[in-house]
Design a binder for this molecule. Structure first.
Ligand code: NA7
Length: 287
């Protein structure tokens, strides 16, 4: 089976490395072509457009930043759609909204291709370590055909049914984790203001019922101001929040806390921390 991969950002880099390590034949494409170089050295093939990758491969995956990037990739010049025909399979792993993924699904299937959405829960570390959680929905036969790839990328994959369900789950997951992060940022900021020792605060939190990996890792990043090597970029997290808030509008579900968390992330982004790690939300909480 020939595998294609479009989008060699933070997530794509870890995923493609694991696909190659597990013996898959992979053809890559990235908007900035220089990012393909390292993978070619590791044995990947390189194509000059998304359409060419689709034409050369049986299953092509993509992972790009946001809905605009995905639309460019799929509907743009020499984009995914121009390679799609009967027998081709396309799997998108970006975090986008239900409308965007539905449009992509319709456009691919109307041309005879098979489509799966498969957004991922994780960060740079989990994509490098093959520990992503994969949320898939759409064509179940394609989900089954992706088995060896998903095994290489992640620790577990879930099939959630019709296209849109995986994007919904992904946005819920992001809403929940960024709410925890915002709560941690404000708690640590307040702790500092009232004169507590932050290391001791973190030690106590990590022995209490709120203990989790996120609190531990991001707590250390916040108290040591280590934001510059992003595990997950703050502007992507804010995009995920924006999409979750928009989704809540479609069903009239109030997001009192979620909307406020979104504002905090927007503030951190406007202070110039968009390309930093999500933990930099602390900079917006700690005035
Ligand atoms: P990164 O590291 O910011 O990488 C983003 C990738 O998306 C990168 O390959 C970009 O290409 C690509 N991109 C961005 N805009 C476009 C357009 N318009 N056309 C084609 N390709 C584009 O993000 P992550 O890897 O951390 O995250 C990827 C997704 O997973 C995202 O949805 C997260 O929310 C979850 P570039 O290298 O800049 O040319």
């Amino acid at each position: 089976m020939k595998i294609g991969f479009l989008g060699l950002g933070t997530m794509g880099t870890g995923i493609v490395t694991n696909l190659l390590r597990s013996g898959h034949e992979v053809t890559v494409w990235n908007r900035t072509p220089s990012k393909c170089r390292e993978f070619v050295k590791e044995g990947a093939l390189k194509a000059t457009s998304p359409a060419e990758v689709i034409q050369d491969c049986d299953i092509t995956f993509s992972c790009v930043s946001d809905p605009t990037a995905l639309k460019d990739l799929v509907f743009g010049n020499c984009g995914v759609l121009q390679g799609i025909c009967q027998g081709k399979a396309y799997v998108d792993m970006s975090t986008v909204d239900v409308d965007t993924i539905t449009d992509v699904h319709e456009a691919v299937t109307v041309r005879g291709g098979r489509f799966l959405e498969a957004p991922i829960i994780g960060s740079k570390d989990s994509s490098c370590n093959g520990q992503l959680l994969i949320l898939a929905a759409g064509d179940q036969t394609l989900y089954e055909d992706c088995f060896s790839c998903f095994e290489a990328m992640g620790r577990k994959s879930f099939f959630l049914g019709e296209v849109g369900s995986a994007s919904k789950m992904q946005l819920i997951s992001g809403l929940c984790s960024s709410t925890v992060l915002a709560g941690l940022a404000e708690s640590l900021a307040l702790a500092e203001k009232v004169g507590l020792d932050q290391d001791q605060v973190l030690q106590i939190l990590s022995m209490s019922s709120v203990n989790c990996q996120l609190i531990k890792q991001k707590g250390i990043a916040m108290t040591t101001s280590e934001f510059s090597d992003p595990n997950y970029k703050l502007h992507l997290c804010q995009k995920d929040l924006r999409l979750a808030v928009n989704m809540s509008d479609t069903v009239d579900q109030p997001l009192h806390v979620g909307a406020a968390v979104n504002e905090l992330f927007k503030k951190a982004k406007s202070k110039g921390y968009g390309e930093h790690d999500v933990a930099a939300v602390y900079r917006a909480a700690n005035l």
